[in-house]
Design a binder for this molecule. Structure first.
Ligand code: ADP
Ligand code: ZN
Length: 737
């Protein structure tokens, strides 16, 4: 029987009522408890006893009553945070069903803030008091001026002392005289109020039209998704900030997802300039205190705008009105371990549940979003011109078959000349190579030995700056030896092929006078250090930038006018179904870094196959043509977005057991055949071993409308995983490694 309802509304439980609690413990059901003293409501975050432990959970509904009632224990306490909203429970349930993720793992994503149950701790804050100091000194005057110039605002002791340029004792002295008041205030303070009425930049006609449409959409207060496609530098950010302004005006909350934390610095500055205050910033680098504050304030409405990484989707927004997914094509939106979800798709689901709008912004949308817009499922807005006088860079191929290069070098004479010309003009050049480290392979010229990771089926890559070998799969590193570990011969270990560090070496030899900046994620100890470097480069602190795909993402380098792509063919090898799409996006994004200010840009692509259709499409800039061709091919093959796929990854330390499991699954495919789906495999994964675990893959393909998740669930349900065998399901896989 359901718990009896209080007359003040559905979902209220009186003390002693049976309630069903979902916890983050790996159980595939809710457990019944009794409501605590004072009762509780649906969605309340609670602490419950589980065996000898106390675990966090959420009141999920009335108790099921299928336990021995005499043994049912009581909820320990209700946490002092806003209850989970119905819409959030619905979102988590749907997301779990879609990704075939167990509910507890989903719930953990929604509770990722420490100390949620702790009472808000207090700290001292200081504001202007009514008294006057007996004697006014210069230092005291500065403190009072600082307080007065900010109206009624209060500050911490440290902030106030810093603002006034005085020591803490000066402030304390003023407290004694009553000129400054000391108060206790909760640590989790609301975020500064943003003012959406402040004027933005005057928009161009195109921009204004797009902004007006987005504002109109927001006023509907209904779900809908818009693909905002605009060439790099066309002012997409400017336009979607208008949508944010409308959302804030309506009193609803907005979320902006960015793919790369290094991008946020510039964005935060722009938000502050637009709305007069910084937004809440949610990312893995945030401190525990900051996370807790954001989580609580988002729930209470004390944070109007959150800028964050994909996990911000699981914050408990009180009234979410808008989600922006910037650079929506970016592969980092797909979480590749733990819960396998695509933040772009989950943003659409979250918004549908919340009655919010979604804006997917990109210069090079994913084929999925392009196809959804074509099919009329998404609205589409286009910005076709760069802002101001900036024009799109010219793109040209360098036919490497006709270039003369010394062995062990990768910068063609043509590219060299172009870089030199930019340097003489006082402009910046970017050399792009999507390969970290010194060289992809290190081989012993005496015996042919190649360094391989002990735990993975992968080569060890030499990172010469750090004098170490590194496995890019598991991150294991070891010092670079002098002698070959296999034959013992010294001085015969040689690099094969270029990595970004080797390219830097070649560049330094060619341009000894140039200031060279190497941008690769592994060369920076912290996100902050990387951010600082990017700001420094933007200000002109380098002549030549050498970078991996890290530099392709949205940075603004006004002096950059030349982009040289060292190996445009790199992404076209391999059998990944998105190889062409990725190459097209990456090349256009990288090229888009050039000529963002007054001076026109040039992109040069070194290629051995200038006739390749993808290379030709990139050079021609015929985007719609490229997408139509790519869509037709995928349609013919019945692959995403015109068919459905799921990857099944099996792993374990015993290779034979992993394979046997795969064979059993492939044989018992009745549930899949029932919906017309096919299973391929088992096959050793391209990376057949990671961290000592052998990996086997199966691939399930189904027609577009097929109820894939249900069939997968029925197919996998009888499975019992023995020993250390693991299985994970990747719906809509992006990576096939
Ligand atoms: P995108 O997001 O499409 O790459 P941005 O919004 O970053 O483009 O705009 C590119 C540059 O042009 C930025 O420096 C931005 O401040 C500037 N810009 C764009 N639109 C305007 C405008 N209407 N007025 C002034 N500056 C603008
Ligand atoms: Zn490894």
């Amino acid at each position: 029987m359901a718990g009896k309802r209080d007359h003040s509304g559905a979902g209220m439980f009186d003390e002693g009522d049976l309630v069903a609690v979902r916890s983050t413990q790996p159980l595939d059901r809710t457990l019944d408890y009794r409501a605590p003293q004072g009762g509780c409501v649906l969605g309340d975050f609670v602490e419950v006893p589980l065996g000898p432990r106390k675990v966090p959970g959420v009141i999920w509904g009335p108790g099921l009553g299928d336990f021995d009632r005499s043994k049912i224990r009581s909820v320990i306490r209700v946490l002092d945070v806003a209850p989970m909203r119905d819409e959030m429970r619905a979102f988590l349930t749907k997301a779990a069903d879609y990704t075939l993720t167990p509910m507890p793992a989903m719930l953990r994503l929604a509770m990722r803030a420490p100390g949620l149950g702790d009472p808000p701790s207090m700290r001292k804050i200081y504001r202007r008091g009514t008294g006057e100091p007996e004697r006014m000194t210069e230092a005291r005057r500065r403190v009072l001026d600082a307080l007065e110039s900010y109206g009624g605002l209060a500050f911490t002791l440290k902030e106030l002392a810093e603002m006034a340029g005085v020591t803490a004792s000066v402030v304390k002295g003023l407290v004694k005289h009553g000129a400054v008041r000391e108060e206790d205030s909760p640590r989790d303070l609301p975020f500064p109020v943003m003012d959406p009425a402040r004027p933005g930049k005057p928009l161009t006609e195109d921009q204004a039209t797009a902004a007006a449409v987005l504002r109109e959409h927001l006023r509907s207060r209904k779900y809908g998704t818009t693909l905002l496609k605009g060439v790099t530098g066309s002012g997409k950010t400017e336009v979607y900030l208008e949508a944010v302004a409308e959302c804030l005006t309506l009193g609803r909350q907005a979320l902006v997802l960015l793919p790369e934390i290094a991008l946020t610095a510039e964005f935060l500055t722009r938000v502050e300039a637009r709305f007069g205050a910084k937004p809440a910033e949610w990312h893995s680098g945030a401190t525990m205190t900051e996370r807790r504050r954001i989580w609580r304030m988002v729930g209470q409405g004390g944070a109007q705008l959150v800028v964050g990484a994909r996990s911000a989707l699981f914050l408990p927004f009180r009234d979410l009105g808008l989600i922006i997914v910037d650079e929506e094509h970016d592969t980092s939106y797909k979480q590749e371990d733990g819960v396998l979800y695509n933040a772009r798709d989950m943003a659409v689901l979250r918004a549908a549940m919340a009655g919010a709008r979604v804006v997917l912004a990109s210069a090079t949308p994913s084929l999925e979003s392009w196809a959804n817009a074509e099919a009329g499922k998404y609205d589409r807005l286009d910005l076709t011109a760069r802002f101001g006088d900036a024009v799109l860079p010219e793109m040209r191929a360098i036919d490497m078959r006709a270039e003369k290069l010394d062995p062990g070098t990768w910068i063609s004479p043509t590219l060299r000349g172009a870089v030199r010309a930019r340097m003489e003009a006082g402009e910046q050049a970017l050399l792009f190579l999507n390969r970290r480290g010194y060289a992809p392979v290190t081989i012993c010229r005496a015996c042919g030995y190649q360094f391989a990771c002990d735990h993975c089926d992968a080569r060890m890559v030499e990172h010469r700056f750090q004098k170490r070998l590194m496995c890019h799969q598991c991150g294991e590193t070891k010092p670079m030896p002098e002698a070959c570990p296999s034959c013992g011969v010294e001085g015969k270990l040689s690099p094969v092929g270029p990595g970004i560090e080797r390219l830097a070496e070649e560049t330094a030899a060619l341009f000894p006078e140039a200031r060279i900046a190497v941008l690769s994620s592994d060369l920076f100890a912290s996100a902050r250090a990387l951010k600082e470097k990017i700001v420094e480069i933007g200000a002109g602190g380098a002549d030549i930038i050498i970078g991996t795909q890290l530099v392709a993402k949205g940075h603004n380098f006004p002096k950059l006018t030349l982009v040289g792509v060292i190996d445009a063919d790199l992404g076209l090898q391999g059998s990944d179904l998105r190889a062409a799409e990725r190459t097209f996006q990456l090349m256009r994004q990288v090229a888009g870094r050039a000529g963002r200010a007054e001076r026109p840009g040039l992109a040069l692509l070194q290629t051995f196959q200038p006739e390749h259709p993808v290379i030709r499409a990139i050079l021609a800039g015929d985007e719609e043509g490229f997408w139509r061709a790519e869509a037709a091919e995928r349609q013919a093959a019945g692959v995403p977005p015109y068919g459905r796929m799921a990857g099944i990854i099996l792993s374990g330390t015993d290779a034979a057991a992993v394979f046997d499991l795969g064979t059993v699954l492939a044989r018992n495919d009745g549930a899949l055949r029932a919906i017309g789906a096919q299973v391929f495999g088992p096959a050793a994964a391209p990376i057949a071993r990671i961290r000592g675990r052998h990996r086997v893959r199966l691939l399930v393909k189904a027609a577009k409308g097929a109820p894939l998740q249900g069939a997968l669930a029925r197919w996998l349900a009888p499975l019992r995983l023995k020993g250390d065998l693991r299985l994970s399901v990747d719906i809509d896989p992006q990576s096939f490694l």
